[in-house]
Design a protein around this ligand. Structure first.
Ligand code: THG
Length: 369
């Protein structure tokens, strides 16, 4: 098989950690917000087993920040999301679907509130900054919108708590899930949140001071030897088992937040103003015709690029698989699929062709575990 490499350029951005992870054995990249996002360090299954037991440091600088400051900052942030942020508070993160006027998903970021006039939108892979600027211009909002030089480093896994305590002291273990605060490392304050794109626990360091951040990166590996620290990255198997959705893979602008199971982040009853509200009300009253569900397939491997049709026994298409992997936990392939009504019922049987072979599967709830 021919192998290809990614041609780097200014348009395809490196991160401050790239030279380090290349020395540490990164074997695959994905591209996220026009930036390199490591996708593998050797075997994804080995990394998955390691992540569930130990601690890893991840270069997730591709999770870019869109900073919004100014007197209309709160108005603009609220205009973009169907989640009611009127009772949000400073120092907290909020997972929020961003939608357009039709109710189509634009992104599913984590939104950080510093104060009512300063927010960061920590984005998944789409150009939210352009959408935000368009809305601000059209509405003549008094805001500044820009991408600050912030490069997130995630520390994930059950031993992340001990490792971070060793460096930042006991105070960091008191940080609640989705809260953030500043913690000092050798005289430099770093914004740290208890969050991350795994369900194994951990932190995200929003590095603004790059040289101190790189020193911290190296220090994590020095101090982490006793916890078997390794470089890692968002892990396909772990994130599918945990049903952490990936924008662009599991859902995109053609899907609405009800179809994606975001019901608890949709507030149609409060009087907050956001784009697409009337259309979401319409969608809610008509009822959705498809939704994201889990599937389990009696196969030992799968490679999803694009999407793969799911069929019933009469070969009618009942949905499409959008992400999938072999799960060591279940001993079979699991995946995230958009399934048509009425086939979305748990235990609905299905067929799928993988590498010219047909396999049986069934629909199940998300998350798998
Ligand atoms: N961290 C930060 N930015 C990000 C991501 C991140 N931007 C891109 C991408 N990931 C956005 N997508 C998600 C998806 C899920 C979660 C976070 C970001 C997540 N969900 C929890 C869950 O589903 O259980 C918690 C949700 C909640 O309680 O509100 O953590 O990972 N900085």
């Amino acid at each position: 098989m021919k192998t290809f490499s990614i041609a780097k350029s200014r348009r395809l951005r490196s991160t401050p950690y790239t030279s380090r992870i290349e020395k540490q054995g990164v074997t695959a990249y994905s591209i996220y917000n026009h930036m390199l996002l490591p996708a593998a360090f050797g075997s994804i299954e080995d990394s998955y087993n390691h992540l569930k037991k130990n601690v890893q440091v991840w270069d997730v600088a591709g999770e870019r920040q869109v900073e919004i400051i100014g007197n209309d900052a709160a108005k603009l942030v609220q205009l973009m999301t169907c989640r009611d942020l009127s009772k949000s508070r400073d120092g907290r993160c909020y997972y929020c679907p961003i939608i357009d006027d039709k109710g189509g998903l634009i992104n599913d970021p984590v939104i950080l509130r510093f104060n009512i006039n300063r927010w960061w939108i920590s984005i998944a892979d789409s150009d939210v900054i352009l959408f935000a600027k368009g809305l601000a211009i059209g509405n003549k909002f008094e805001v500044d919108i820009f991408e600050p030089d912030v490069n997130i480093m995630a520390v994930q896994g059950p031993k992340s708590f001990k490792l971070m305590e060793k460096i930042f002291g006991e105070k960091i273990t008191k940080l609640k899930f989705f809260d953030f605060d500043y913690f000092e490392f050798k005289g430099t304050k770093h914004l740290i949140a208890r969050s991350g794109w795994s369900k194994q626990g951990g932190y995200e360091v929003y590095v603004e001071n790059t040289s101190s951040g790189l020193e911290l990166y190296d220090h994590l590996f020095d101090m982490g030897k006793e916890f078997d620290v390794k470089p890692g990255c968002p892990n396909l198997i772990e994130r599918i088992e945990s049903a952490l959705l990936s924008y662009g893979n599991d859902m995109d602008n053609n899907d609405n937040p009800f179809e994606c199971g975001f019901d608890k982040y949709i507030n149609l009853d409060s009087n907050v103003v956001f784009l697409g509200k009337e259309n979401l009300k319409k969608i809610q009253s008509l009822g959705i015709k498809r939704k994201l569900m889990g599937v389990q397939i009696d196969a030992k491997s799968i490679n999803v690029s694009g999407s793969i049709d799911l069929k019933d026994e009469n070969n009618n298409k009942i949905g499409e698989l959008r992400s999938g992997c072999y799960s060591p936990y279940f001993g079979k392939v699991i995946g995230i699929a958009m399934i048509k009504k009425p086939f979305w019922e748990v235990s609905q049987t299905l067929k799928i062709d993988i590498n010219d072979q047909t396999f049986d599967g069934k629909v199940c709830d998300l998350p798998f575990i």
